[in-house]
Design a protein around this ligand. Structure first.
Ligand SMILES: NC(=O)c1ccc[n+]([C@@H]2O[C@H](COP(=O)([O-])OP(=O)(O)OC[C@H]3O[C@@H](n4cnc5c(N)ncnc54)[C@H](OP(=O)(O)O)[C@@H]3O)[C@@H](O)[C@H]2O)c1
Length: 263
């Protein structure tokens, strides 16, 4: 007999969170989308005890509203501390968090220092956990372009990237959240490698965005210098099935404007 689990998705209104909630429900589980939108706030603690009551698993796919160095660090530290404390009190048996492949190689960037702080709090807590590190989402190509635009030109390092569809991220998270905690890190990525400028150029062209995309050896990625494999997962990574070109031509992708550009 299948066990129905109450799974709280922190950031359940976001890109990944909303897809994850739908998938968990389709698989017969009892997901709860929790975020300020539904009066659950991991920074203030509002609504957290009620949301976690009776939950077996918490999946944290929240993101900071600000990516400014101090603000993003404060968000992931405060949010993770609060969440883990409330989970301990509620007897939650599995904490799953979404992080980014290569985080420890990107510490020149304030955003990734915040993600490492989040990971370290999870590793130091008493709650069994699974940290899922994903590569860049296809939906994020406009976000990368916007962050890397100088004088209307998108300047990107010529490093490798192995991006993946948000839908495949949500499927992997669903599998991991309903399995046993790994008490370690799982890497997930897309089926193909590109040079960083290639999918960004393709994505902007599909949006009819006129910005020129140039590979620039001096360019940084969110403030961090990249080497060839900084953003690429290791050999043991779980690989999603959706190919970038197929995703680009999906009606839903075109209707959504080829990614929101939101970080
Ligand atoms: N972008 C990438 O390529 C990439 C790659 C690998 C990993 N990741 C990671 O993926 C995660 C999710 O990204 P995403 O793009 O799905 O995020 P997103 O669409 O920006 O959604 C962010 C979510 O966080 C929630 N949130 C904000 N403040 C909160 C608070 N105080 N308490 C509870 N929830 C709060 C938001 O809720 P409201 O809607 O209610 O405000 C929203 O549901 C991030 O942690 C990111 O580091 C991203």
């Amino acid at each position: 007999m299948k066990i129905v689990m109450k799974i709280v998705v922190i950031g359940g209104s976001g890109l990944i969170g909303s897809k994850l909630v739908t998938k968990l429900r389709e698989h017969g589980h009892d997901p709860v989308a929790a975020s300020p939108n539904s009066s659950v706030n991991t920074i203030t603690g509002e609504g957290l005890a009620e949301a976690l009551n009776g939950a077996s698993v918490v999946v944290d796919v929240s993101n900071s509203p600000s990516w400014e160095d101090a603000a993003v660090l404060n968000f992931f530290e405060t949010s993770s501390r609060n969440l883990l404390a409330y989970e301990a009190a509620a007897g939650v048996g599995h904490h799953v968090a979404l992080s980014v492949v290569g985080t420890e190689r990107l510490l020149e960037s304030g955003y990734f220092r915040a993600k490492i702080a989040q990971e370290n709090l999870i590793k130091g807590s008493s709650i069994p956990y699974s940290i899922v590190r994903a590569t860049q989402f296809f939906e994020f190509v406009k976000g990368i372009a916007d962050f890397s635009t100088v004088d209307n030109k998108v300047r990107l390092p010529h490093a490798l990237i192995q991006p993946m569809a948000a839908d495949d991220v949500a499927s992997a998270l669903g599998r991991i959240a309903t399995g046993a905690p790994v008490n370690g890190t799982v890497e997930i990525g897309g089926p193909e490698k590109f040079r960083l400028d290639e999918p960004v150029r393709r994505g902007l062209a599909t949006r009819n965005d006129p910005r020129e995309v140039v590979a620039d050896p001096q360019a940084r990625y969110y403030g961090a210098a990249l080497s060839e494999n900084t953003l690429v997962p290791g050999d043991g990574a779980q690989v999603g099935e959706t190919r970038f070109e197929d995703w680009l031509s999906q009606p839903a992708t075109i209707a959504a404007g080829v990614g929101s550009g939101k970080p």
